[in-house]
Ligand binder design. Structure first.
Ligand code: SF4
Length: 324
């Protein structure tokens, strides 16, 4: 698929044929299981200033927290006890958790929860730290490219660059991680051409996982008050991502479920998605992980209902990359 074909799909009003094709490819390469990942959002401190995010350093209104190591280990244990074989650790770019602390945490989690896969989503770090985390036992790394338009990237990520973000993704791949990239759909100032570039970047890098969801404004950020995209546009992007990656693991995101609280997950699953992330962040902290307004918090029950509605089956297996 080239850029003009992608643009044509993104502009089309009748999305049914595209969704049907994405669903066919998903069934062929990923089958009917929807993989459940257990998520722990262990710190909402962040040194960055992403204009869309409620955790940005300049936001004084967010109540900051760092889960104690014991608490993180306990949450990981709850996930493993549920039988879920992927634990995802996520935080802002928080250097309180030094290389040594993260390495120890990884080793402890892997030791206590034998056989589980560990995914990190803790932002931009020096390459030697990524290497140390991998050597300690981390299996996967999620770091979205956010937008493939370098000018827009710079505008909404002060002091950061798309070039660096892309280099990180390629380096993570070289180290041996299963990698996940992904973008935000409907950012203020983003064009259909930009979204087509996102699809082309994903096609080029062929990530093991892609996390992509709609822009949802957060009241305490500079982008407050901007509009979210239509659900139709989000579903088209998910379908195109499925078509160009074939077997990547693609979650129906909480952002999509926030945009369409009734059917977001189910619609995402029907548009090519095969993963749902379930939050195991203790309630005490969860309410303060306010990346965007009204963030949905999925539990197993919600996930099960959405999966049932989509006429699919639920899987707690590791669901490693299908690309290796
Ligand atoms: S998107 Fe990530 S890096 Fe940017 S401010 Fe939010 S938590 Fe920090």
């Amino acid at each position: 698929m080239n850029k003009s074909q992608i643009i044509k799909f993104l502009k089309t009003q009748d999305i049914k044929p595209l969704i049907k094709e994405a669903d066919r490819i998903r069934r062929l390469y990923c089958h009917d299981e929807v993989l459940i990942r257990g998520l722990v959002e262990f710190s909402n401190y962040c040194v960055r200033g992403c204009l869309y995010c409620g955790l940005r350093a300049a936001n004084q209104k967010v109540k900051r927290y760092r889960m104690p190591i014991k608490g993180i280990l306990a949450a990981a244990r709850v996930i493993a006890d549920e039988g879920i074989k992927t634990i995802v650790l996520q935080s802002g770019d928080d250097f309180f958790y030094t290389k040594e602390k993260v390495v120890k945490l990884i080793k402890d989690i892997k030791k206590i929860n034998k056989g589980t896969a560990l995914t990190l989503s803790i932002g931009e770090r020096p390459i030697e730290e990524y290497k140390a985390f991998f050597d300690a036992g981390a299996d996967r790394y999620l770091i979205r490219h956010e937008t493939a338009n370098s000018i827009l990237y710079k505008k909404i990520h002060p002091k950061q660059s798309l070039e660096k973000r892309k280099a990180i993704l390629y380096n993570l791949k070289k180290i041996g991680y299963q990698i996940g990239c992904g973008g935000i759909i409907g950012l203020p100032g983003q064009t259909i051409e930009d979204l087509a570039e996102d699809v082309l970047f994903i096609k080029d890098i062929q990530p093991d996982m892609v996390g992509m969801g709609p822009f949802i404004p957060q009241d305490d950020t500079p982008l407050a008050g901007n509009k979210s995209p239509t659900e139709k546009l989000v579903l088209k992007m998910l379908a195109l991502t499925r078509i160009v990656t074939k077997n990547a693991h693609i979650p129906a995101t909480t952002a999509l479920a926030t945009l369409d609280q009734k059917q977001g997950y189910t619609r995402g699953l029907k548009a090519g998605c095969n993963v749902i992330m379930v939050s195991f962040t203790p309630d005490l902290y969860k309410i303060n992980y306010k990346i965007y307004n009204n963030k949905e918090c999925t539990d197993i029950k919600n996930a099960r209902e959405a999966i049932k509605k989509a006429k699919r089956t639920m899987s707690f297996e590791r669901g490693d990359s299908l690309k290796k």
